[in-house]
Write a protein that binds this ligand. Structure first.
Ligand code: SAM
Length: 258
């Protein structure tokens, strides 16, 4: 296929059929599944998904790809040529009867906002199996005390059970990006149904407002509370530690107390 690759859309395509099949397996896709793909590109992953899934809905922002994608004539696949980040989640999800799985080789420039969009807004998503930069994958699965641990780790672990399925070398993409990638699988689960995710996210952003500061200093002013009031509410915690020293469970305990 002749294509003018666009860096601004994060266009790094995959070709290796074994790798594409492995990604579909990482997504645990079977013939009962409805699948959402974001960023169909030339349709290499879409084709493999359409072989295994009941139905595929694939978004693509680049209008130059309309013709090649439609020419694939994939019977159980619907292409939507829109910006998936700007598309309201209700519009995306009305394509699916009930539950669906997201599988994508994501454009890197919108990885984090896309992950947050689906974690925070989706009503029907079961899992996300996504190719992301290796460094982002390491941040997603990082535990407390690790240099990669932060807001992304906490929020993905709040909403899901994440695991790295495979590391993918940069030479597997065309054009070749600067860094290696990884496929991550996030199984969405309601681990903390009693907690409002958006409120918890605001709390975590406050906790991590300055990484070098102690948790107490960062939390000062949260819900208009003084340092003294925070110390009283969280008296069982060592607030002289830095935010990255606290596990997701500990942060949830604190959130509930405040
Ligand atoms: N799935 C293909 C593959 O694996 O070979 C292409 C993956 S490529 C990393 C990412 C694709 O996402 C590109 O085709 C790009 O045009 C598309 N894209 C970028 N931003 C997008 C957006 N906001 N909404 C939908 N598609 C987008």
């Amino acid at each position: 296929m002749e294509h003018n690759f666009k860096k601004k859309f994060g266009q790094n395509f995959l070709k290796d059929t074994n790798l594409l099949k492995a990604i579909v397996q990482d997504g645990e896709i079977n013939s009962n599944d409805e699948v959402l793909e974001i960023g169909a590109g030339a349709g290499a992953l879409t084709e493999q998904l359409s072989v295994c899934a009941k139905k595929v809905v694939a978004y693509e922002i680049d209008n130059d790809l309309i013709e090649p994608l439609n020419n694939l004539n994939l019977k159980n696949t619907k292409f939507i040529f829109k910006d998936a980040l700007k598309e309201p989640i209700e519009n995306i999800e009305e394509n699916f009867c009930d539950k669906y799985k997201l599988v994508a080789n994501l454009p890197y420039y919108i990885t984090t906002p896309l992950i947050f969009k689906f974690l925070q807004e989706s009503k029907k998503i079961v899992s996300m199996t996504i190719m992301v930069q290796k460094e982002v994958a390491q941040r997603i699965v990082a535990k407390e005390g690790n240099k990669d641990y932060g807001i992304l780790s906490i929020m993905t672990q709040f909403y899901s059970q994440p695991k790295i399925c495979r590391i993918v070398g940069k030479q597997m993409f065309y054009p070749m990006p600067n860094v290696d990638s990884a496929v991550v699988n996030l199984k969405i689960c309601q681990k903390y149904p009693e907690i409002n995710g958006n409120d918890f996210y605001n709390f975590i952003k406050k906790c991590f407002s300055m990484r070098r500061k102690t948790l107490l200093n960062n939390l000062q002013g949260y819900k208009n509370l003084s340092k003294k009031e925070i110390e009283e509410k969280l008296k069982d915690f060592d607030l002289t530690k830095r935010p990255e020293d606290f596990s997701v469970e500990k942060l949830i305990e604190m959130f509930k107390l405040i």
